[in-house]
Design a protein around this ligand. Structure first.
Ligand SMILES: Nc1nc2c(c(=O)[nH]1)N[C@H]1C(S)=C(S)[C@@H](COP(=O)(O)OP(=O)(O)OC[C@H]3O[C@@H](n4cnc5c(=O)[nH]c(N)nc54)[C@H](O)[C@@H]3O)O[C@H]1N2
Ligand SMILES: Nc1nc2c(c(=O)[nH]1)N[C@H]1C(S)=C(S)[C@@H](COP(=O)(O)OP(=O)(O)OC[C@H]3O[C@@H](n4cnc5c(=O)[nH]c(N)nc54)[C@H](O)[C@@H]3O)O[C@H]1N2
Ligand code: SF4
Ligand SMILES: [Mo]
Length: 731
C-alpha cells in the first residue's frame, strides 16, 4: 500500500487529495492535510475518487461503431477512423461542415487547457461551441468590455472581506465557481466568526443561505433590477466612490436613475428598504465584495447582471483592494502589463440564427440548428470533448436526434452516454490518476495564489495515450499538418520572450532555453515553459528559487504564493487603459431591462435548477457511493403551491413548459419560495446505447427538456436556464 497526492479535478475547489494505492489501483481518497490550498478539506465526490477510477462502465479502449454496433479498436485503428471520417466530410462539404463542442471538464484537465482551443482552431470552422454558453459567458463579456480582457474576472477576496453579498450561487454544494476556494463553507463560517456579514440572494433557501446573516428570496431573473437599484441608491445617497482610473461613471449614474428600489421591488420580490440597506452596508463596510454566479448568468439579463456586480464593486471602492473583489495572478501567467487590444464581440455570426460570435464561439443552443438546417455550411461532422450537451443544453433531446443524422462524429470521453452514443468513434482518456494535473483555468480564479502540480500517480499501459496526447493527435489529423503543435508554440513563446527587454530571458538563445525544459511529454515541457516565464518563475535561472515544473515536483503539497495583491492597472487591456464602466453594448441593452419594469408580471410558476453536493452535472451518476439514498431528481415546490395544485409529497407531477414536458417526483419544501419550482439538471439516463448501469437505475428526467433553446442573453448568447415559465399538474 502506498500514498500519492493529487489535485481533485471534479469541481473548481481543486482540493488536494491523498490517494491510497493498493496493487496498482487507487483504493481510497482523503483530504491532504498538508495541501497549501485545501488544508485537508474534501467532499463526498473527492472521497469517491476510487470509484471513478475503477468504474467498470468506464471505457478502457477506443470504441468504433459500425453497422453492427460498437467494437473495441486499437488506438491506431481508432485514429485512422477519425482521419477518414473528418477528411471525408471536409472533402465533401468544406471545413465549415465541421463543428466542435467542448464540455465543462476541459476546464479541469491539463489537456483541455493546453489543447482544447488549438483543436477548435485546427478544424478551420466557425462552428465552435462549448459549455461556456450554458454557463459563464456573460461574465466574459462583461469583463471583456469593462477591463478589455474577457478572462480578467475578479474574485471575492474571501479570506479577508468583511462583507460578502452572494447572488445566484450555492458554493456550499457546488464548491464555488469562478471563485476557486477549497472549503468554501469553512471560509464562509470564518467570515462570520471574524465579525463579517454574509448576505445571500437566491430563490431557494440553500445550504449557503442557511450560513448567512440574511437570505433574500428573489424572483428568478430579477438580479439586474436589484443590483441596479443598489447602484441607484449609491448615487442618490452620495455613497458612490469615483475612481481616477474609471471612465463612464456619470453615464452609469444616468442609466441607474429609473431603477429606484421602490420601482424594482415588485419585480424582485425584495422590499425597497432591504435593497437600500444592502447599498448602505456595502458602502459602509471596511471591505466588501459582491459575488454572483450561475443563477445570475444563465438568465435573460446575464451580461447586464454580471456587469452590475463589478459596477457595485467599483462604486463601493472595493475593486482591486484587499477584502474586495481582486484579480488573482496564476503561476503560469507572466506578470506585467500586456497589449491593450481590447475586446470585440460579433466578429462573425452563425449561419442559421445570425447569432453573434463571442470569444470565438457560437451559442451551444444553436448547434442543433446548424446541424438540421440544409444549405451551404451545414454541419455534417462533430467533435465533442468532455461534453454531454444532450443532457446539458436546452433542447438537448432534439440535439440528440440531430446527432444521429451526422455523417461523422468523434467523442473524447470516458463514457458511452446520452451524447457519445451517437458518435462513430469514442476515444477514452485514461482515469485521472494516470494523467498529470495542473489547473490552468482555475488558477486564474483562485482566492489565494498557490502553485500545485500533480504528476501521474499510476503509469499508463504501453501504447495508451493520455488526454494531452489524444488531443495533440486529433489536432494533427484535423489540421492535416504534421508539424508538432507543441514545438510551434514553444518556439514562438521563446522567440517572443528572448526579444522582450522586460523578460528575464531577454537576449538569451531560444534553442538553449528549449533544451533546458524538463517534463517527459511535450505538454509538460510547455507547462514548464509557462511556469518558468510566469510571474513567480525561475526565469531559467534569472530568479533563483523561482518556480519551474521541477520545483513543483519537489513540492507535492504545493507552494503558497500568498494572498491576492492589487493588480490594476496591469490587468487592463482596454484601448484607453482605463476601466470602461459604461461600455456602449451594455448601455444599449439597458433599454430591454427598462422595458421589463413596465411589463405585467407573469403570475404562474417558474422553474429554476439546483445542484447537489453528491452530483456533478450529468456525469457522476454512475458511482454507487454518490447516488446512494433517496431520489435527488425531484421537483421542489413550496407547500402553498403544492396545496393549491393538489400535489402530494412523493407523488408524481407533470411539468410542462413551452419547450416540453416531464413527469417527476414531487418534493414539498418551503426551501423554495412560493411561485418557484426547482429541478436539478443532468438527469435523464438509461437511454438505449448508453453504458452506465448505476446511472440507468437512477435515471431521473432531464430539466433541459423544459428549458427553451431559443431563450438567450443577447449579448453573450448564453442560454437562459432559470426562470422558465411552467405549468404543474398532479398525475
Ligand atoms: N456538486 C456539484 N458541484 C458542482 C456542479 C455540480 O453539478 N454539482 N457543477 C459545477 C459547475 S459546471 C458549475 S458552473 C458550478 C456552479 O456553481 P453555483 O453557481 O454555485 O451553482 P448552483 O449550486 O447551481 O447555484 C446557483 C444558485 O442560483 C439560484 N438561482 C436560480 N435562479 C436564480 C436567479 O434568477 N437569481 C438568483 N439570485 N439566484 C438564482 C439557485 O437556486 C441556486 O441556489 O458548480 C460546479 N460544481
Ligand atoms: N438546466 C440546466 N442546464 C445546465 C446547467 C444548469 O444549471 N441548468 N448548468 C450548465 C453548466 S454550468 C455546465 S458547465 C454544463 C455542463 O455541460 P457539459 O460539459 O456538456 O456536460 P457534463 O455533464 O459536465 O459532461 C461532461 C462530460 O465529460 C466527460 N468527462 C469527464 N471527465 C473527463 C475527462 O477528464 N476527459 C474527457 N475527455 N471527458 C471527461 C463525462 O463523461 C461527460 O460526458 O451544463 C449546463 N447545463
Ligand atoms: S470540493 Fe470539489 S475539488 Fe474538493 S474534493 Fe469535492 S469535488 Fe473534489
Ligand atoms: Mo458550469
Amino acid at each position: 500500500m502506498a500514498t500519492a497526492y493529487r489535485i481533485c479535478p471534479l469541481c473548481e475547489a481543486t482540493c488536494g487529495l491523498e490517494l491510497t494505492i493498493t496493487e496498482g489501483r487507487v483504493t481510497g481518497a482523503r483530504g491532504d492535510r498538508d495541501d497549501v490550498f485545501s488544508h485537508g478539506f474534501i467532499c463526498p465526490k473527492g472521497a469517491t475518487f476510487d470509484e471513478l477510477e475503477n468504474d467498470p462502465d468506464r471505457l478502457r479502449a477506443p470504441m468504433v461503431r459500425t453497422g453492427d454496433g460498437w467494437h473495441e479498436a486499437t488506438w491506431d485503428e481508432a485514429f485512422a477512423a477519425v482521419e477518414r471520417g473528418l477528411t471525408a466530410v471536409a472533402g465533401r462539404h468544406g471545413r465549415q461542415a465541421l463543428a466542435i463542442y467542448l464540455g465543462n471538464p476541459n476546464a479541469h484537465t491539463l489537456a483541455g487547457g493546453l489543447y482544447g482551443g488549438l483543436l477548435a482552431k485546427s478544424l478551420g470552422t466557425t462552428n465552435v461551441y462549448s459549455a461556456s454558453t450554458v454557463d459563464q459567458m456573460p461574465k466574459h463579456v462583461s469583463s471583456g468590455l469593462l477591463f478589455g480582457d474577457a478572462l480578467a474576472i475578479p474574485v471575492p477576496d474571501l479570506d479577508r472581506t468583511s462583507y460578502l453579498l452572494v447572488l445566484g450561487a450555492n458554493p456550499v454544494d457546488s464548491g464555488g465557481s469562478l471563485c476557486t476556494a477549497a472549503d468554501f463553507p469553512g471560509r464562509l463560517r470564518a467570515l462570520r466568526e471574524r465579525g463579517g456579514t454574509l448576505v445571500v440572494v437566491d430563490p431557494r433557501r440553500t445550504r449557503t443561505a442557511r450560513l448567512a446573516d440574511r437570505h433574500l428570496a428573489i424572483r428568478p431573473g430579477a438580479d439586474a433590477y436589484l443590483l441596479f437599484a443598489v447602484v441607484h441608491t449609491l448615487f442618490e445617497e452620495g455613497l458612490a466612490e469615483r475612481r481616477d482610473d474609471a471612465d463612464g461613471v456619470d453615464d452609469v449614474a444616468a442609466l441607474a436613475r429609473d431603477f429606484t428600489p421602490e420601482r424594482v421591488a415588485g419585480v424582485c420580490g425584495v422590499a425597497a428598504p432591504e435593497i437600500r440597506r444592502l447599498a448602505r452596508e456595502l458602502a459602509a463596510a471596511p471591505s466588501a465584495a459582491v459575488y454572483a454566479r450561475i443563477g445570475t448568468s444563465t438568465a435573460a439579463f446575464g451580461t447586464l447582471t454580471s456587469w452590475l456586480v463589478d459596477v457595485v464593486n467599483v462604486l463601493t471602492g472595493n475593486l482591486d483592494r484587499p477584502g474586495g473583489a481582486m484579480f488573482p495572478l496564476a503561476p503560469h501567467r507572466p506578470a506585467g502589463a500586456r497589449s491593450r487590444r481590447g475586446f470585440r464581440l460579433g466578429r462573425w455570426h452563425s449561419r442559421v440564427g445570425k447569432l453573434p460570435e463571442v470569444l470565438g464561439e457560437l451559442p451551444a443552443t444553436t448547434l442543433v440548428d446548424e446541424i438540421v438546417t440544409p444549405g451551404d455550411g451545414q454541419v455534417r461532422a462533430l467533435v465533442t470533448v468532455a461534453g454531454n450537451p444532450v443532457l446539458s443544453t436546452p433542447g438537448g433531446d432534439r440535439l440528440g436526434e440531430a446527432l444521429g443524422t451526422l455523417e461523422f462524429m468523434v467523442s473524447v470521453d470516458p463514457y458511452l452516454n446520452e451524447t457519445t452514443r451517437h458518435a462513430h468513434v469514442v476515444l477514452p482518456p485514461p482515469p485521472p490518476s494516470r494523467s498529470p494535473h495542473y489547473d490552468l483555468a482555475l488558477s486564474d480564479l483562485a482566492v489565494h495564489n498557490t502553485a500545485r502540480y500533480s504528476p501521474p500517480v499510476l503509469p499508463l499501459p504501453d501504447g495508451v495515450p493520455d488526454e494531452c496526447a489524444i488531443l495533440a493527435r486529433l489536432i494533427r489529423i484535423a489540421s492535416g499538418q504534421d508539424a508538432d503543435v507543441d514545438e510551434t508554440i514553444m518556439t514562438r513563446t521563446l522567440a517572443a520572450a528572448t526579444a522582450d527587454p522586460a523578460s528575464p530571458v531577454h537576449g538569451a538563445d531560444p534553442a538553449a532555453l528549449a533544451a533546458r525544459l524538463t517534463g517527459d511529454s511535450p505538454a509538460l515541457r510547455r507547462l514548464d515553459l509557462m511556469l518558468r516565464l510566469g510571474a513567480y518563475g525561475d526565469g531559467f535561472g534569472a530568479e533563483p528559487g523561482g518556480l519551474s515544473l521541477e520545483a513543483l515536483r519537489r513540492a507535492p503539497h504545493g507552494v503558497d504564493l500568498g494572498s491576492l495583491r492589487p493588480r490594476l492597472p496591469e490587468v487592463l487591456r482596454t484601448p484607453s487603459g482605463r476601466i470602461e464602466l459604461c461600455p456602449p453594448p451594455i448601455a444599449e441593452d439597458v433599454a430591454r431591462l427598462r422595458d421589463g419594469l413596465a411589463e405585467r408580471r407573469a403570475t404562474g410558476l417558474v422553474l429554476i435548477g439546483r445542484r447537489h453536493l453528491r452530483s456533478n452535472n450529468s456525469w457522476m451518476h454512475n458511482l454507487p457511493g454518490l447516488v446512494r439514498g433517496s431520489n435527488r431528481c425531484t421537483l421542489q415546490i413550496h407547500p402553498d403551491d403544492a396545496r393549491r395544485l393538489g400535489l402530494a409529497d412523493a407523488g408524481t407531477a407533470e411539468v410542462t413548459s413551452d419547450a416540453g414536458a416531464v413527469k417527476v417526483e414531487v418534493e414539498i419544501t418551503d426551501e423554495v419560495m412560493p411561485g418557484v419550482v426547482s429541478l436539478p439538471h443532468g438527469w435523464g439516463h438509461g437511454r438505449p446505447g448508453t453504458r452506465g448501469s448505476v446511472a440507468a437505475a437512477h435515471a431521473g428526467v432531464s430539466a433541459n427538456a423544459l428549458t427553451d433553446p431559443r431563450a438567450r442573453d443577447p449579448l453573450s448568447g448564453n442560454a437562459v436556464l432559470n426562470g422558465i415559465p411552467v405549468r404543474v399538474h398532479p398525475i
